[in-house]
Design a protein around this ligand. Structure first.
Ligand code: ADP
Ligand code: MG
Length: 257
């Protein structure tokens, strides 16, 4: 169960708390999509967020890195408040990689260039060093020999692995994934999940919106089930997926398992 937050909650200041969300609300016009979400993601933790389409999962992730501005509530990244009006949002955001359903690679840049452009433009790292770093991560995702290819020459699964390498090339503390395998042909899903599993085992902090229940069950330290803008249930995957306590969770799992 999620704990009831106090609205004036402040971050704990513990180094290991990488993402802290307090009583987050988000409305689009009249429609309230997030209705008071509170959660913490600790360093090295893999938290999978599951729930029906339209329940607010993407909006939650987008509020965490301020791609959407919350209507109310507070978000802290590494104990710095990104929702503070005076926050250096770019600096805080630079600690978070983001991997989307659509890979959003630059089509006119090679694989290697896709993984160096952020480093050279945003982080002012020199080209040779950026290429070194990018090459290392491309090897980690199994694409060390595809650096000179263009995205269109790769399969969807390979493109998504490039997107992961690109995120890692920015030397991030954590990676947020929004349904990273949902746009892939079924036979390509496994390779991407394999890369994510390895990343989790290395201790990367990960918040993963996914419909891959087997992955969540195996890799997640904690699963959060969202429905209609609230956290209905959260806990160890063996509990939330294996033995859900709430009827809404059971009904959802029956549909997807
Ligand atoms: P999920 O990722 O769980 O499928 P979303 O967070 O994408 O859910 O969407 C939750 C609800 O918010 C949906 O009803 C969606 O239509 C609505 N919504 C999301 N983004 C916007 C937006 N930019 N403007 C208006 N409504 C939005
Ligand atoms: Mg979504």
């Amino acid at each position: 169960m999620s704990q009831t937050p106090t609205t004036d909650a402040i971050p704990t200041g513990r180094r290991e708390d990488e993402i802290q969300v307090y009583d987050l609300h988000k409305s689009f016009g009249e429609r309230e999509v997030l209705k008071g979400i509170s959660l913490t993601v600790h360093q090295g933790e893999v938290v999978c967020v599951i729930g029906p389409s339209g329940s607010g999962k993407s909006t939650l992730l987008r509020c965490v890195n301020l791609l959407e501005v919350p209507t109310s509530g507070r978000v802290f990244i590494m104990n710095e408040e990104i929702t503070d009006l005076d926050a250096d949002v770019d600096a805080i955001r630079s600690q978070m990689g983001m991997v989307f359903q659509q890979f959003n690679l630059f089509p006119h840049l090679t694989v290697l260039e896709n993984c160096t452009i952020g480093q050279t433009v945003v982080k002012k790292i020199d080209k040779a060093q950026a290429e070194n770093i990018a090459q290392g991560y491309l090897e980690q995702v199994g694409l060390g020999d595809r650096g000179s290819a263009y995205p269109a020459q790769l399969s969807g699964g390979q493109q998504q692995r490039v997107a992961i390498a690109r995120a890692l090339s920015m030397d991030v503390e954590m990676v947020l994934f929004d349904e990273p395998t949902s746009a892939l042909d079924p036979e390509l899903v496994g390779d991407v999940l394999g890369v994510m599993r390895a990343l989790a085992q290395e201790g990367m902090t990960m918040m993963v919106v996914t419909h891959e229940m087997a992955f969540a069950r195996e890799v997640a330290d904690r699963v959060i089930f969202m429905d209609d803008g609230v956290i209905v249930e959260e806990g160890h995957p063996d509990l939330v997926i294996g033995n859900p306590q709430h009827e809404r969770t059971r009904a959802f799992l029956q549909r997807v398992l």
